[in-house]
Ligand binder design. Structure first.
Ligand code: ZN
Length: 573
């Protein structure tokens, strides 16, 4: 490609609204342009990168046994009503109405549509397992689109769906998809980690998110050297064993006027927050539960939901607390608390001589002991993990990092097939609902995540596997006929050898061309400068390392072709 024939509008200024580096660089290097909030056009360079990722994804999905299909963006509301999601999906679902007043969804995901396809055409266990995938534009009406294409309202996704006769068969495909995802992100040159994640409304098994390491990522990940990694909503904290029995002191009620927060109480009593037991009252359906956690830790409500077995709960209001405990907000405690379900974090078992509220105004108990002064039957991990918590697998301290989620794999079970009556016949002619899995990858988001991870102060540093171009030829002065001819000859030679090349044939100052080359970030740059004329040499530079070698212009094409192959081989799996 010749720059003068191409649309490659680079910018010197940083766009004001861009909060993260990938967004800034995607705009500055001319990959994308914003049309409206959360809606972007891909310019030629951006589209090339997206197509590269798309092709890697496609190859690996085919390799994993998937068949590519293309489902419509528009899906009739009837299907969403059938699955029950038309009403529960909420405002993120984009809806449109046609001229006959029929409603359609602009698909954010395609479980309904693919289940409809399969229930019509797959009838026998002999046709299973079946994996269908597509690479398609998706819509999500984000409250607050941000970070460029990372949190956009319209974006490109690969979504795959698998159909099975039973859980065991699903488990095999799930593992195969896990492997395919690992291959995909390795091939894209990304440092990433599969992370145990919460399945949210879908429920059931643990799912995995694939996170690209990036300081600006929206997700916090807890990880251990042993390989364990989880999100903040799933990271399990190993319960710490009780310290040496300090001996139980006598229970005592003390006056603590006006002290309602952990800080106030512990300062007043000259105790540490870790010696206080927080008692938080929740309304769960029509009943109440008291959640007990150490004073220096916070409740994670996703974990609490799993412990309670429902998402139908809220923190109780002040009047409700008064009614349930007999004392005002800020003075709740488990001693003498009746008719309330008690749920304690694992760590509470290791506490002794605790401070708790006394369920009356301006009073706390000190030297409260589990087993003697109150009893708990339900222990769960319900707290927010923090850096340094012991790993559940090996006990070493967990470290934290931030990441951008680029993929997620789920076991859906029969959630959709049951309600949509999608069934197959087994050997005995008996009907069963399909057991399903679903597997997504954000394609445009993967490109942004790659830039987030691969950049320096001058611009993008593409991994060669997803770089829009592999080689960037830069003649320093196109009015010099000899330079221009040398550059053209290398361009033709490389292009004929199947290398993807951009030739900066603009009549621009060399300084600007070098700056643009760094910004655009092509892995290999060939500079055709004065030396080409004088000594018959050109210069090959690696964008990532800055390593530069001089090549004889007659051998340049052969050596560059070999270098491209070598660089690609490094990312092969
Ligand atoms: Zn570990």
């Amino acid at each position: 490609m010749r720059w003068t024939e191409y649309l490659l509008p680079t910018l010197k200024e940083t766009p004001a609204e861009a909060e993260i580096i990938s967004h800034r660089l995607m705009v500055r290097a001319g990959l994308v342009r914003k049309l409206s909030s959360g809606i972007y056009s891909l310019l030629p360079l951006g589209l090339r990168a997206v197509k590269k990722v798309e092709n890697i994804v496609r190859e690996e999905m085919n390799r994993a046994g998937g068949s590519e299909i293309l489902m419509p963006v528009l899906s009739p509301s009837e299907l969403w009503t059938e699955s029950g999601r038309w009403n529960v999906y909420g405002k993120e679902l984009m809806r449109v109405k046609d001229r006959h007043d029929r409603f359609f969804a602009l698909g954010p995901t395609h479980e309904e549509v693919v289940t409809d396809i399969v229930r019509r055409d797959v009838r026998s266990y002999r046709q299973l397992p079946l994996i269908l995938f597509q690479i398609q534009t998706k819509f999500r009406d984000e409250v607050r689109p941000r970070f460029g294409v990372v949190r956009a309202r319209e974006f490109l996704m690969k979504d795959a769906y698998s159909f099975h006769r039973d859980e065991a068969c699903l488990a095999k495909t799930y593992d195969r998809m896990f492997e395919a995802y690992t291959r995909i992100f390795k091939r894209c040159g990304l440092r990433f980690g599969p992370v145990e994640a919460d399945s949210g409304a879908i429920g059931g098994d643990v799912t995995h998110e694939f996170m690209v390491f990036a300081e600006t990522g929206e997700s916090q990940v807890f990880a251990c050297d042993c390989g364990y990694a989880a999100t903040i909503d799933t990271a399990e904290c190993e319960p710490v064993q009780a310290a040496a029995e300090a001996g139980q002191a006598a229970l005592e009620k003390v006056s603590t006027p006006g002290t309602t927060t952990v800080e106030e109480v512990t300062q007043f009593l000259k105790k540490k927050p870790s010696e206080l037991l927080k008692t938080i009252i929740y309304k769960v359906g029509d009943e109440y539960a008291a959640v007990l956690v150490r004073g220096d830790r916070e409740v994670n409500e996703i974990k609490l939901g799993r412990a309670l077995g429902t998402t139908d709960f809220v923190m109780a209001a002040a009047e409700e607390i008064e009614k349930v405990t007999g004392g005002p907000l800020g003075f709740s405690g488990p001693v003498g608390l009746k008719g309330v379900r008690l749920i304690a974090d694992h760590r509470v078992a290791g506490m002794a001589n605790m401070v708790t509220g006394a369920n009356e105004a301006d009073a706390h108990y000190v030297n409260v002991n589990l087993g003697r002064d109150f009893d708990v039957r339900e222990f769960h991990d319900v707290i927010v993990a923090i850096e340094g918590d012991p790993c559940k697998c090996c006990g070493k301290p967990l470290s934290t990092w931030r990441g951008i989620e680029v993929g997620q794999i789920f076991k859906l079970g029969t959630k959709y097939s049951e309600v949509m009556k999608a069934r197959f016949l087994d050997e005995q002619g008996e009907e069963h609902p399909f057991v399903m899995g679903c597997y997504g990858i954000g394609v445009t988001r993967t490109v942004a995540a790659a830039i987030e991870q691969h950049n320096d102060k001058d611009g993008i540093v593409w991994p060669i596997s997803i770089a829009p171009f592999e080689v960037h030829i830069l003649p320093t002065n196109v009015s010099d006929e000899d330079l221009r001819e040398t550059a053209e000859a290398i361009y033709t030679g490389l292009t004929d050898a199947g290398i993807e090349v951009i030739l900066d044939d603009r009549d621009e100052r060399a300084g600007n061309k070098f700056k643009d080359a760094d910004l655009v970030g092509t892995p290999l740059r060939v500079t055709v400068g004065e030396r080409a004329a004088k000594e018959g040499k050109v210069e090959l530079r690696h964008r990532k390392t800055g390593e530069t070698i001089k090549l004889d212009r007659r051998e340049a094409v052969r050596i560059i072709v070999d270098t491209v192959k070598d660089e690609k081989r490094k990312l092969a799996v």
